[in-house]
Design a protein around this ligand. Structure first.
Ligand code: ADP
Length: 261
């Protein structure tokens, strides 16, 4: 029994360490699966435009298409090449976000940021005949300006993309308490409200997953890659914040970026 008393704590420590190692192994396996799924998805998404490009290029090369058809095929090739470029840009954006360098935090004025994103998006919104406006007061948070700009740009781009002509997109900067936490410290909230098609309740969590699209054909028409909201989530989490969605199909959506003050 004396001997056991001495050994027992050691056995307990070894068992604890083994449990911790098992948990770490599980986490590594999960991360590995996510990475492998991601590579498979990227390859799949790249293959479709590539097949279209090489198919039409081959027809043009054979010289069997007349001038009008050749022009149509050239347009298709151009569009598909654009699609591949967007996909590569989004994949690079996602992978760059994991680099510790370039993710430094500093003071960011959210109303200034909203203004600069809206100025940049104005030509796209004008072309879609969607109104853009920013409301609220200046609020400064400690965050990475580049990542927040990326997150807000993607949300505004989506709001315009999934909205009908003649509707309005509003970005509001405000302070709020986190719901369900009485007496919680106020946080900064940047919300992007649109009057677009909205997202059904059972899709609302899934839209933040990489490559998830509610309507694949519509999304292809509008030029989406299915990575936009995954980038938003990753970017705002790198800044210590969260993103949430409230949406009613047929009425519109509100995406909220919540950031610690
Ligand atoms: P995509 O590049 O296809 O837009 P995202 O990751 O940005 O990919 O969005 C995922 C899906 O969520 C979109 O395909 C679209 O169906 C839906 N979605 C995103 N934003 C909005 C919005 N503001 N209104 C309606 N649907 C949206």
């Amino acid at each position: 029994p004396d001997c056991y008393r001495e050994v027992a704590p050691l056995i307990e420590r070894i068992e604890d360490q083994q449990a911790r190692l098992r948990e770490q192994n599980l986490e590594l396996a999960r991360a590995d699966t996510i990475r492998r799924d991601f590579s498979a998805n990227v390859s799949h998404e790249m293959k479709t435009p590539l097949q279209i490009i090489s198919g039409y290029a081959e027809i043009i090369d054979q010289g069997i298409a007349d001038e009008a058809d050749t022009r149509t095929f050239a347009h298709i090739i151009h569009d598909e090449a654009q699609r591949m470029r967007s996909l590569i840009d989004d994949v690079l954006t996602l992978s760059r976000m994991d680099e510790p360098l370039g993710a430094e935090q500093g003071p960011v004025d959210l109303l200034d940021l909203a203004g600069s994103v809206l100025r940049r998006m104005a030509p796209v919104a004008d072309a879609a005949e969607v109104g853009l406006r920013a409301l609220g007061s200046p609020i400064t948070v400690e965050a990475n300006a580049r990542l927040l700009d990326q997150a807000l740009s993607n949300l505004v781009e989506n709001a315009v993309r999934y909205s009908p002509a003649g509707s309005q997109v509003t970005v509001t900067v405000a302070k709020d308490c986190h719901p369900g936490e009485p007496g919680a410290v106020a946080e900064a909230v940047v919300s992007v409200r649109d009057e677009g098609c909205g997202i059904a309740a059972d899709e609302q969590d899934k839209v933040f997953e990489r490559f998830y699209r509610v309507d694949k054909s519509r999304s292809k028409e509008t030029g989406g890659t299915g990575l936009g909201l995954a980038i938003v989530k990753h970017a705002v989490e790198q800044c210590g914040g969260t993103v949430e969605l409230e949406s009613t199909p047929g009425e519109g959506s509100v995406f909220r970026l919540r950031l610690p003050l």
